[in-house]
Design a protein around this ligand. Structure first.
Ligand code: FAD
Length: 515
């Protein structure tokens, strides 16, 4: 008898812990395309193509290495649509006395796997997911004796642990964090390198056709699909980024430009999250570019901080706070998401730009996610769970463990400031400073009230006003609350009325309408 090794869509790593302790002669690997996972939320079709194609390519690679892979396609007539039922069916096809599975990345799936032994009558061992810099226990230990968590402290520990950008026990160039140098607005007529695009091979073409026919009503035109679907392609993307974009990444990390969806960003997150690249190898290559004098410290430190700092930190928070983190709603926001999030049809140029590129490429960069779509949902008061469902649906890199803390915690303040120290709320002036969106917008960013006033302006004061009890004690909001207090009563009244009228005019929508 043999060991059955199920591998999930975001476990496409040859170093996976369940494989590392197994031998091909004694094992059957099981890979499953299941409908249940494709329909938890209305995942973008580009994301479905990426994951199914990457799974099929990974399966081929494993077979070439001598592994026996039992691969169940979505279109297989006998496919029962859930992991558990497919594992059960596989037990009937093979002589299995043990299941060995690398720990799933999502709470719901982990709970399911933990129930397999009792339900299926086969011994199940779960191997730890060691593709992160910090183990869960390391994070829990770090969190244990702290009242409040700040990413920065955790990040220093990760620098020490990895030795990245360290000289002995000191940070290189004498500072841990160069974020202040990473906030340049875009320059006029800036030039950007093209994104690296890959031509779909026959496996990807098959998947594109399958996704088009099985998910007819879903968002996303997959005819122009260009993402990498193998480790080899992912490594090329990283190399391309280091050669063409890393140098300027830092300076323009927060900048936004009309019709420039990618700018100097790396587009690497889907590959790391699916397991095609390891976070440490990515950071080591970035550090090497710095040591070779190819990129400045503000770019390199900024990039490495996102990965060994933010990415690890949000994972720790996810596991610390699940179950229950997904339904937190500190500000008691209860509006439905406006329908234009699913269509891009709005006169607000920053939103139409960000959402249209999201619908086209399943991609927007961090500041667009945080300060355009996230900020707007926060200001109008959308239920954080609905916002979470949208982000989980539309982005290529969205897996719950990383998407949920970023959305509900960082962006929507749903956890009341556990993850970040203040709500990322801003009026139109931030957007105007960091982008050229406002230039061609139907609204005027300089106006606070009136027909043509940028809606972010009145909404910002509406947000502060309605959440006063919960937020005015926050030191980082002391200044805006002072301004609100000192504001002329009539002006204040007009702003609130304007915002109310605007919020009432929005057409609500639900994720399930787009399934
Ligand atoms: P770059 O700008 O080139 O950044 C480099 C890398 O740093 C990324 O590839 C990513 O691996 C990592 N990184 C940067 N910021 C974060 C962060 N806050 N958390 C985790 N990793 C980070 N990232 C996801 O991977 N999946 C998500 O579902 C996701 N949802 C988000 C939702 C919201 C509301 C916000 C504000 C951010 C979210 N992020 C998410 C973080 C970030 O926006 C993306 O990682 C980034 O835009 C990916 O594009 P890139 O590879 O070009 O990144």
């Amino acid at each position: 008898s043999k060991v059955l090794i199920p591998i999930f869509a975001d476990q496409l790593s040859h170093t996976l812990s369940s494989l590392a302790v197994s031998e091909p002669e004694e094992s059957v690997i099981l890979m499953m395309e299941v409908m249940n996972e494709a329909t938890t939320v209305p995942h973008h079709r580009t994301k479905l193509v990426f994951l199914f194609s990457a799974m099929r390519h990974f399966c081929e690679e494993l077979r070439q290495q001598g592994w026996d892979v039992d691969y169940v396609k979505l279109s297989d007539g006998k496919n029962e649509g859930t992991f558990r039922k497919e594992v059960q069916r596989a037990l009937g096809r093979h002589d299995i006395d043990q299941i060995r599975v690398c720990e799933p990345s999502v709470y719901r799936v982990l709970k399911d796997v933990q129930g397999w032994e009792a339900a299926l009558g086969v011994s199940v061992s779960i191997t730890p997911d060691d593709r992160f810099i910090a183990t869960k226990d390391e994070f829990f230990d770090w969190a244990e004796d702290r009242k409040s968590f700040r990413m920065e402290n955790f990040y220093h520990e990760m620098r020490r642990k990895t030795g990245l950008l360290m000289e002995g026990d000191k940070p290189v160039e004498g500072k841990w964090n160069f974020d202040k140098e990473n906030r340049m607005p875009p320059k006029d007529k800036m030039k950007f390198p093209d994104a690296l695009k890959f031509k779909p091979d026959s496996i990807t073409h098959d998947v594109i056709e399958m996704v088009k026919s099985q998910f007819e009503t879903r968002l996303g035109d997959v005819n122009g699909f260009f993402y990498a679907v193998t480790r080899e392609g992912a490594l090329k993307s990283l190399e391309y980024f280091i050669k063409n974009q890393l140098e300027k990444f830092g300076d323009y990390q927060d900048a936004m430009v009309s019709d420039q969806p990618f700018m100097f960003h790396s587009l690497i997150s889907p590959y790391i999250n699916a397991g095609l690249l390891s976070p440490l190898e990515v950071c080591e290559q970035i550090e090497a570019a710095y040591q070779d004098g190819k990129a400045p410290i503000n770019s390199v430190e900024g990039y490495i901080r996102q990965i060994i700092g933010w990415r690890e930190y949000v994972r720790g928070i996810y596991w610390l706070k699940m179950p229950g983190y997904d339904t937190q709603n500190y500000l008691e926001a209860d509006l439905k998401l406006p329908d234009f999030y699913w269509t891009g049809e709005t006169d607000m140029r920053c939103l139409s730009q960000t959402i249209s590129q999201t619908l086209e490429y399943a991609y927007a960069h961090h500041i667009q996610r945080l300060m355009i779509t996230g900020n707007f949902a926060l200001l109008i008061g959308v239920d954080p769970y609905d916002v979470h469902e949208w982000y989980l649906s539309v982005y290529l890199d969205a897996f719950e463990w990383v998407e949920l803390p970023n959305t509900l915690g960082m962006s929507q303040y749903g956890d009341g400031g556990l993850l970040g120290s203040k709500p990322y709320a801003s009026s139109g002036s931030y957007i105007n400073r960091m982008s050229n969106y406002c230039k061609d917008c139907a609204y005027n960013v300089k106006d606070r009230v009136g027909e043509k006033a940028c809606p972010y302006n009145s909404l910002y004061w509406h947000f502060l006003d309605r959440n006063k009890e919960k937020l005015q004690g926050n030191n980082r909001l002391a200044m805006p609350y002072r301004n609100l207090e000192n504001m002329d009563k009539e002006v204040r009244q007009e702003l609130i009325e304007n915002a109310n009228k605007f919020i009432e005019s929005l057409k609500p929508s639900m994720a399930k309408d787009y399934l």
